[in-house]
Design a protein around this ligand. Structure first.
Ligand code: FAD
Length: 344
């Protein structure tokens, strides 16, 4: 053990050498694996390699065992499978209870979840149940070269600084990670094992009953999983301008997004804002229309595979990250592009 002296009380770092493995919560909804879980398996492989640990996925639900194969093909050495009727629909208490059982039994060193609606709800409850800390909404994870602890980086103070947080005093080291940030690393040849865990949970132990599930009408697809994104900024001028972008998006089968300005002006919903305080995306093609390319916007889109920028200012910073730059008025360029695509 090592003593850490802070300006408060000196604290002794406990011995965590019996905690091992990088775990990922394999989030599924109605049997559909969420992409972020696969992304996290990519990151977990990287972290586990440094620590000489194994990667595990925790798959909870009812009749979801088919997904175990996919998890192995994306990096899991072991899949902890927990199936029960009571776990069919996500409920915080039930899932947290299962995690408590698993963590107590197997003692993982690292536990990662997607910063999705479910992950953001579940992770704090699990961290409370297992008595560990949690860093929410991380955008980068790495291992400290000397100490071997998890360095968890996330935007802080409204995105003005990037804070790197390390947990020296409890295990597992828990983080939620934004979707779209980590890279998927397929492992098609991998052979992993599935360990079935029988939960002691009973329906009576759960205080919540699901009476009805009302699905929100889907007006658009998932931005973080989009292959093509057409995004607009202040240069688009108004909602009518966004309709022009909508036609281009329809011609390309793309999703529509925008800058913080576009959100603040009410041209796009908050969920469509790309950037440091919005969503991080990495599509195959990102078309930025009337976007200056402020650092806070670039932070959310610069990992896109191919970037096309349309801006009338040749010195706009967006051109620094663009693969193709079109210097021109978007009100000329976008309709022409749409026309050509529709005719093709
Ligand atoms: P502007 O910077 O005003 O750029 C408009 C561009 O449109 C200009 O380059 C102009 O040349 C071009 N243009 C105008 N008319 C036309 C035309 N007819 N044809 C072609 N081009 C035209 N921003 C985000 O986007 N996402 C975030 O998550 C985010 N988080 C932030 C967090 C913090 C803490 C702070 C301080 C800021 C954040 N911002 C964020 C805001 C960011 O700093 C910028 O203000 C914002 O991205 C600018 O948006 P914009 O490019 O739409 O507007």
């Amino acid at each position: 053990s090592k003593a850490i002296v802070t300006d408060a009380q000196p604290r002794i770092i406990p011995d965590f050498s019996n905690y091992t493995g990088a775990w990922v919560f394999a989030e599924q909804r109605r049997g559909q694996l969420q992409r972020v879980s696969v992304e996290l398996l990519g990151k977990a492989q990287e972290l586990a390699k440094v620590l000489n640990h194994k990667v595990s996925a925790v798959l909870i639900g009812h009749e979801v065992s088919d997904l175990a194969k996919t998890l192995i093909q994306f990096g899991a050495d072991t899949v902890y499978l927990v199936e029960h009727e009571t776990l069919k629909e996500y409920r915080t208490e039930a899932y947290a209870h299962v995690f408590k059982e698993l963590v107590t039994e197997h003692k993982p060193n690292i536990l990662l979840m997607g910063a999705t609606h479910i992950g953001r709800d579940l992770a704090p409850r699990v961290s409370r149940c297992v008595g560990s800390g949690l860093t929410a909404d991380c955008t980068e994870l790495s291992i400290h070269p000397e100490e071997g602890i998890l360095l968890q980086t996330r935007p802080a103070f409204g995105g003005n600084v990037m804070a790197t947080i390390a947990n020296r005093f409890s295990r597992p080291q828990m983080a939620t990670v934004r979707p779209g940030v980590m890279e998927v690393i397929p492992t098609p040849e991998k052979e992993g094992s599935v360990i079935t865990h029988v939960t002691q949970l009973t329906e009576e132990q759960i205080g919540t009953r699901i009476l009805e599930i009302v699905k929100e009408p889907k007006t658009h697809g998932n931005l973080t999983e989009a292959k093509i994104i057409v995004a607009g900024g202040r240069g688009v001028n108004d909602a009518a301008g966004f309709e022009l972008l909508g036609s281009l998006a329809a011609a390309l089968g793309a999703e529509l997004a925008g800058t913080r300005v576009a959100f603040e002006e009410g041209w796009i919903p908050a969920s469509r804002q790309v950037g440091q305080t919005g969503v991080t995306v990495r599509p195959d093609l990102y078309i930025a229309c009337g976007i200056s390319g402020a650092i806070q916007h670039r932070a959310g889109m610069m990992d896109s595979k191919f970037i096309v920028a349309i801006n009338k200012d040749p010195y706009a910073p967006i051109f620094k990250v663009a693969d193709w730059g079109i210097v021109g008025d978007l009100f000329d360029v976008v309709p022409e592009l749409t026309k050509q695509l529709q005719a093709a």
